[in-house]
Design a protein around this ligand. Structure first.
Ligand SMILES: [Zn+2]
Length: 87
């Protein structure tokens, strides 16, 4: 049996508490009543995806088109464009 420990107070008295938006299990601590996700998924843009966005910008593909194709927000594309100083 897997014992879930609370990341806030290290209490082993935790129960399964539904799931979050991406489907990962949520847990709740009985001692401090806080909820948490075990091993949450990273939402960061990977260097590979950033390189793909830069390549698309250099091909003069529209920012909205890149956002749809690579499933990133338009704000992310604008931040990468500003960082790499593409015009
Ligand atoms: Zn706790």
């Amino acid at each position: 049996m897997i014992v879930i420990t609370c990341p806030y107070c290290q209490s082993p008295d935790c129960i399964k508490f539904g799931s979050n938006g991406s489907g990962s299990a949520r847990c709740r601590c009985h001692a401090c009543t806080k909820t948490f996700t075990l091993n949450p998924k990273s939402r960061a843009v990977t260097p590979q995806k950033e390189a793909d966005i830069v390549a698309c910008l250099q091909e003069r593909i529209s920012q909205r088109g890149i956002a749809r194709a690579l499933k990133v927000s338009r704000l992310t594309i604008r931040q990468i464009r500003k960082k790499t100083l593409l015009t």
